[in-house]
Design a binder for this molecule. Structure first.
Ligand code: C5P
Length: 218
């Protein structure tokens, strides 16, 4: 597989999704939001009434998953779940579902298949370490928990949802801890990843940095 891949990993609300999408657009590459797959699997499990502690049940749901990505919308069995997968309830549950090895295995091929010509920008937690270890450019984004919570707060309130900044900060820290401490594919920079701290950096600057690295990566 010689498809060029750029991986962007990092904690929740570090800006990786926005940066990944803009870099992909700039280069004319495809974009993989791997977190969306974990969110879709989680929503499907919640809808099916599968117990969050039932690893086999969760794995079975993930194996049957066939989401459709269409014009920026996500369809699950014909239903538009674009917004539903971003709720705080689903966010919290997802980091629990994502610790299940069977779920990760079920989603692995879906993610690998996203690497199509002319190239791919993939964002998540284990893109550089597990899913695309051969990627010529791996970036690990960070930002302080407070700044990340403030970003999420703005996203939610812009959507008309109510949000509590302290609660968001706590939720983010808890999700990050779960993502970092799990046995399978924990959140961590690949050995050859470049670190990008966006605490005091705007989106444009972060995008430019990644594009600069890309021109020298190959
Ligand atoms: O990136 P996003 O916040 O949408 O991811 C939601 C959750 O999905 C993360 O907190 C993490 O538990 C899980 N995830 C993962 N591996 C990925 C992407 C997301 O475990 N590659």
């Amino acid at each position: 597989n010689t498809i060029p891949v750029i991986t962007l990993d990092g904690p929740a609300a570090s800006g990786k999704g926005t940066v990944a999408e803009l870099v992909a657009r700039e280069l004319g590459f495809h974009y993989l939001d791997s977190g969306a797959l974990y969110r879709i699997a989680t929503l499907a499990a919640l809808k099916a009434g599968v117990d969050p502690a039932d690893s086999e049940g969760l794995t079975a749901v993930a194996e049957k998953l066939s989401p459709v990505f269409e014009n920026g919308r996500i369809l699950l069995e014909g239903e538009d779940v674009t917004l539903a997968i971003r709720s705080e309830e689903v966010s919290r549950a997802t980091s629990k579902v994502a610790v299940v090895p069977g779920v990760r295995r079920a989603l692995f091929d879906l993610q690998r298949r996203a690497a199509r010509a002319p190239g791919l920008v993939a964002d998540g937690r284990d893109m550089g370490t597990v899913v695309f270890p051969e990627a010529p450019l791996k970036v690990f984004l960070t930002a302080s928990a407070r700044v990340r919570a403030e970003r999420r707060y703005k996203q939610l309130t812009a959507r008309g949802e109510t949000a509590d900044l302290d609660l968001l900060t706590k939720d983010l820290e808890e999700r990050d801890r779960r993502d970092r401490e799990r046995a399978e594919a924990p959140l961590k920079p690949a050995a050859d990843a470049r670190l990008l701290d966006t605490t005091e950096m705007g989106i444009e600057e972060a995008v430019k940095k990644v594009l600069d690295w890309w021109t020298t990566a190959r």
